[in-house]
Every structure is written in structure tokens, then in C-alpha cells.
Design a binder for this molecule. Structure first.
Ligand code: EPZ
Length: 427
């Protein structure tokens, strides 16, 4: 298994190009199932999760063609075509590797009237059930049966009928599955307390570009009028706000200044507000935004929340940065029950963090020291990289396959702003 080796202490300066958003790409890819025409997605990030998802789609009968990628360029273009649905089964060995595979459930039901998808099982950051996905689909006219670790779903009258569902808990994935099911249902559907993340807006914009009828885009009340069919189109994935926020923290933790090329400030207000409260300077530029840390970091009190609140996907990265703040910070993780796996590893680098249930107190220290650390999940591994960038000496982050799921060519992007970082292949 590869590892990442970092020699810390360098002030990072320069520009980092921001890739297409992983969490949007994983919701846009299954839309290929909704039409028998070609769907071309541009600005797709080159990530393990995107590769895995396209392999899952291949198994369902979707052809995928990656357009030529020029050396040194980021992202790529993929054309997908689901002339026919060859299989409606998403097998366990695919779904267990990537929870987002559950996002084929709604579109397969909408297109083929049936779907058999393995239950995803839990993951490092929590149990992550799919009950809301299933309840929402039942309200849209699906019959759901659980058997032998699989969800067996079918459209009661051969085609989803549409309906109303109010989410008791805001769920990004369940909102996405319900949207992709409702666009081809026979009637009107309404989703209440729907997720409002920018990735949901990106999905709605793609569905509308394919001929779908959706009102309330960007709000928590979505109204979808089902249509007979959707057509193909070409669509560009939105920039990754979490990747951009992660590299902004790299500027913060090293006292540097990084221009995030292609970042979309309006998607990141909760993140940039928190960065500014910590003392960083945020400047809008013609190509994105520049984040500069030229004074000591101030401690913060942060609670994660559904959009437009502070994103849970940024909690670990901020904790690493706040480990060097001048005072005590308070973090509260309200979305997942086990999203502090980075804490023991940060402690080994000298961070002083106390965890009590879903809350954490971060006592700022003068400096961190490099160590060999273990990545456990995607965002935890980024927090260890950030700590390594600031730590005295050498840090080696093991199990970097977690990083490869969500950060396109991370070491190359960080080398570009002066970091001493390299990937060490385990042979
Ligand atoms: C998406 O996961 C993201 N993943 C996650 O990003 C992100 O952390 C999460 O949304 C919250 O923003 C992708 O988009 C691929 P949820 P998702 O359904 O859809 C509970 C990353 O690091 N819940 O919004 O799985 C759930 O347990 C990843 O990029 C139910 O109870 O998250 C959680 O407590 C990690 N029942 C809360 O809702 C359900 O049926 C929010 O989960 C579904 C969810």
C-alpha cells in the first residue's frame, strides 16, 4: 500500500487548481441510467470513487468512454450511454467498497421499474443507514423488500407514480435518490426538508438540462413534475468546495497564501466565514479566491450542520488547523456519530484534543511533530496531511488509498505551492 511522506514547516504559496466535486460527480454519473441517449460529463475528477462508480455502471449495461486526458491537465470528460439496462443488480462487492453505489437505486427504479441493490453496510464514520432512501421511494410508488442483505425494489404499477415525502432528517443521498426517481414518475412529487447542498443543486441542474421539470432548486422544498423521458446532454461538474476548503486549511496551518483556482465562493460561505473568524484573509480573485494566513490563528467554536451550515466534511481539516490556534477551540459533530478517528493520530503528532461524545475541545499548541500516522477515512486522512505540512520533521501517512478517493493528485497540487511531499509506493 502506498504512503505519503511529508517534510513539514514550509509556508505554502502559489495556486492550486480545484477539481470537479467528488460528491456531485457521484450523483451525476447515475443519471446516465435515466436516458437511452448519451450523457457527457465534463470536469469529472480523476478519483478512485469515480472509477469505481463507472465500473458499477458498466455492470448495469452503461457504456463509458473517457475522452483523451492531456498530461498535466486535471479532470477528464466521460461519455456514458445506457441504451438498454442489461442488469438491475448492484452487487455487494461493489456497494461495500463505495456507499454512494446506493445512488443507482432511484434511477434504476425510474428507468427499469425494478432494482436490486446490496445494503451498503456501515463505514468508518458511522452506521449510515439508508432507511430515508427507502421511505422516500415508497412514497413515490415503489415496493421495497429487504432480503439476504439486498434491497429489492419494484415500481408497483410498473412505473413510479410520484408522491410527497418529508425527510425527518436532512439526507443528501436520500434527496438525490428521490430526485432521480421522481423525474420519470407519472405525476407530481414534492420533497420537504430536502437537502440543499450545492451538489443537490448541481444534480437538479443536470436533470433539468436533460429535460426534467424541477422547481424550488436550492431550497428545501423541491417540486418535481414527472416527464415521459429524458434526453442526453453535456454537463460540467461543479468545483469541489470541500477540496477547496481543505487546501484553504493548508494555507492556514502553514501561514501561507494559496489561490484556489476555479473555487466557487458562493458554495463555501460557511467555510470562508470560519476561515475569516480564525484570522485568515479571504480575497476574491478573477480565477477563484485567495486565502492568506499572515497572523496567529484564532480559536473557534464550530458545530457541523446540513447546508448552508458548516459542512461535516470540513470538521477534521479544521481540527488539524485549530491544533495550532492560540487558545481553545470547541467542535461539535452533529451529523455522524464517529467522525473523530483522526484525533488519536493527531495526538501522536502533539495535538491536544479532548473528545466527549460528539464534542471535541482542541487546546492550541505551539507546534506539532512529524510521525508515522494511519489514515482511517477520507477526511481524517486529509487532516493528517495538513498536520504533516506544519509539523517539525517528517510525517508518513499510511493507507493513502483513503485520500485517493477524494483528492485528485494531491501531492502534485501541494508540490505546486512548495510543499515537500511525495508518494512512496509500497511496491
Ligand atoms: C453525503 O453522504 C456525502 N457523500 C458525505 O461526504 C457527507 O458527509 C454527507 O452527505 C453529509 O453532508 C456523498 O455525497 C457521496 P446523508 P450521505 O444521507 O448522503 C443519516 C465525504 O467525506 N441518514 O446526508 O451518505 C446519516 O446516518 C463524504 O465526501 C439516515 O439516518 O449522508 C447521517 O447521520 C463522507 N438514514 C445523516 O443522516 C438515511 O437513510 C446525514 O447523512 C440516510 C442518512
Amino acid at each position: 500500500m502506498d504512503s505519503i511522506r511529508i517534510t513539514g514547516g514550509k509556508r505554502l504559496e502559489g495556486q492550486i487548481p480545484i477539481s470537479g466535486a467528488k460528491n456531485s460527480a457521484l450523483a451525476l454519473l447515475p443519471c446516465a441510467l435515466l436516458t437511452d441517449e448519451k450523457l457527457t460529463l465534463a470536469n469529472l475528477p480523476r478519483l478512485a470513487d469515480v472509477d469505481n462508480f463507472s465500473h458499477l455502471l458498466n455492470g448495469l449495461g452503461v457504456s463509458t468512454k473517457v475522452e483523451g486526458v492531456k498530461k498535466g491537465e486535471f479532470g477528464r470528460q466521460m461519455t456514458l450511454e445506457a441504451k438498454d439496462i442489461a442488469s438491475t443488480v448492484a452487487p455487494y462487492d461493489m456497494v461495500r467498497k463505495m456507499r454512494a453505489s446506493i445512488l443507482v437505486l432511484g434511477p434504476m427504479l425510474a428507468r427499469a421499474g425494478e432494482a436490486t441493490v446490496s445494503l451498503p453496510g456501515g463505514c468508518a464514520i458511522g452506521d449510515r443507514p439508508i432507511d430515508l432512501h427507502l421511505r422516500a421511494l415508497e412514497c413515490l410508488g415503489a415496493e421495497i423488500e429487504l432480503a439476504a442483505g439486498y434491497v429489492k425494489a419494484s415500481a408497483l404499477k410498473g412505473r413510479l407514480s410520484g408522491g410527497d415525502y418529508s425527510f425527518p432528517v436532512v439526507s443528501v443521498g436520500a434527496t438525490e435518490n428521490a430526485l432521480m426517481a421522481a423525474v420519470l414518475a407519472t405525476g407530481r412529487s414534492q420533497l420537504f426538508n430536502a437537502a440543499r447542498e450545492p451538489e443537490i443543486v448541481d444534480l437538479c441542474n443536470l436533470l433539468v438540462a436533460m429535460g426534467g421539470k424541477i422547481e424550488g432548486i436550492g431550497s428545501s422544498h423541491l417540486i418535481i413534475d414527472g416527464v415521459e423521458g429524458l434526453h442526453g446532454c453535456t454537463y460540467s461538474v461543479m468545483p469541489d468546495r470541500i477540496e477547496a476548503g481543505s487546501y484553504a486549511c493548508a494555507a492556514g496551518i502553514t501561514g501561507g497564501s494559496i489561490e484556489l483556482l476555479g473555487a466557487k465562493p458562493s458554495d463555501m460561505l460557511a467555510i470562508t466565514n470560519a476561515l475569516a473568524a480564525a484570522g485568515l484573509m479571504i480575497e476574491m480573485t478573477d480565477n477563484g479566491m485567495r486565502v492568506t494566513a499572515d497572523k496567529p490563528l484564532k480559536p473557534l467554536a464550530i458545530s457541523t450542520a446540513p447546508y448552508p451550515g458548516f459542512p461535516t466534511d470540513m470538521q477534521a481539516q479544521f481540527m488539524a488547523m485549530l491544533a495550532l490556534a492560540s487558545g481553545e477551540s470547541f467542535l461539535e459533530e452533529t451529523i455522524f456519530e464517529n467522525r473523530y478517528m483522526h484525533v488519536p493520530e493527531l495526538r501522536r503528532m502533539g495535538a491536544e484534543v479532548d473528545v466527549r461524545g460528539r464534542s471535541a475541545i482542541v487546546h492550541g499548541v505551539e507546534g506539532l511533530t512529524g510521525a508515522q500516522v494511519m489514515a482511517t477515512d477520507l477526511r481524517a486522512s486529509m487532516s493528517l496531511v495538513l498536520a504533516g505540512l506544519a509539523a517539525e520533521g517528517e510525517t508518513e501517512v499510511l493507507r493513502v488509498y483513503h485520500l485517493d478517493r477524494g483528492y485528485e493528485r494531491l501531492e502534485e497540487k501541494l508540490q505546486g505551492v512548495g510543499a515537500s511531499i511525495e508518494r512512496v509506493s509500497a511496491g
